[in-house]
Design a protein around this ligand. Sequence first.
Ligand SMILES: Cc1ncc(COP(=O)(O)O)c(C=O)c1O
Length: 521
Amino acid sequence: MTLGRSLWPPCRNPPGLPEREIMENRIREARPHVNRNEKLIFERSTPGKSGVDFAPLDVPPVSPEEVLGPELSRSEVEGFPEVSELEVIRHFTRLSTWNYGVDTGLYPLGSCTMKYNPRINEEVARLEGLATDHPYAPEALVQGCLGVLHETARCLKEITGMDAITLQPAAGAQAELAGILMIRACLAERGDPRRHILIPDSAHGTNPASATIAGYEVRNIKSDECGCIDLANLEHAMTEDVAALMLTNPNTLGIFESKIREISDLVHARGGFMYMDGANMNALVGVARPADFGVDVMHLNLHKTFSTPHGGGGPGSGPVAVKNVLEPYLPLPIIEQAPDGGFGLNYDRPRSIGRVRAFYGNFGMAVRALAYIQANGFEGLRQTARDAVLNANYLNSSLTGLYELGSCCPPMHECVFSDRRQAARGVRTGDIAKRLIDYGFHPYTTAFPLIVPGALMIEPTESASKEELDAFIHALASIAQEVEEDPEFVLQAPHTTRVTRLDEAAAARRPVLRWKPSHQA
Ligand SMILES: Cc1ncc(COP(=O)(O)O)c(C=O)c1O
């Protein structure tokens, strides 16, 4: 056995470190049985070990070289690990438990709505008829699946108040592009092609990218001191050459546009469209309907608001809902219900912007979202939005005084702080986020939105309990104190992970994506 002492960095406990963590740090004095220095499976190889025994051949042997040719066969894969089945199982099971996710703990990544994905969603999505039907099966054989899409669309229309919807886009950003292309098609048909899209500086970053890809020039409008649209600025910017105002609402500061009615009236009076990035609808579901405050086209992120997996998990889904004026331009095909109750796909829509995604979108996501909607019901969904807003406000007021607020208005679903106070001690938002890892939390979103210098953007969602929020607040309070007492220690965080500070620029620019035997590395 190798004694680990000389391999480990000296143990240094920060001031005020909880007792549990001090104990964990002390484990560095001996190599524990299961530890974070797990070797790669390639490095665990012992010559001669095997995870599987093949049954004796019951057919004549064939030479792969003869069948495939020498260029496609090799006698040995260099570095291929020789390990037992148990070693493989233990290795990957251990690794799976080190993967932080919504099932592990609070995931306060602002602008991402990392809420719990209920197991009922998965259960329903795995039902045989829904999981195994082929998208090219004849309509008559997939009436159930088409019915699910139709019902999901109906629920989302009711939630948003809009007249029509497509479930096709595979993400919020793709939905934005589809929505703006619909505006463009409509204006072109009216003989009024306009050149600009207005986007406030509090919008999500994908908005200007989508508008640009759709062929528009983006004009930025500055927010007021609360982070809302400044009406005087809008009045000035909203010329007859503006196709749409693209508004993230609630915006990236977590603030609801309080003058939304006046804003949409002004945009409409000048012949423009109101696009709402509705990816933050978790704050509004069951409480306010965008159609009622003048929105003409909007998208939803099912992988945020409607509890379908996202991030490194499943595919996304970004339905786009429109008012009747934009309905003819919806992507192909649309699902319709005949008077006899049967469902069909309508491709005969000459004014459509065309197909934006294979088949009818990520069907499994619509199934999960519908399961979530039905499991919660109307009251449950409304409660969800209220709890999400309550949790964000609890964090907002608890952390005020420790970190500088990003906006003077009370937030909706997420709260934003600035690292200004800590920056005076040389510690920036990214350093605080790294230190949070030592406390067992996934970091918040760092340095976004850009209108708040050194932003800490925190979205707890309704999934967090008060106990969990209190632990998170305690961690951030403790880090604020550490910054005062020993900023250098925070600058070197994380201290408890297998690798500590990385050269992030090098990791992004020169990623090592493939393992090589050590003599080749
Ligand atoms: C407000 C907002 N708009 C748009 C997007 C883009 O969505 P997606 O990542 O699915 O493309 C996001 C993503 O989190 C978002 O928060």
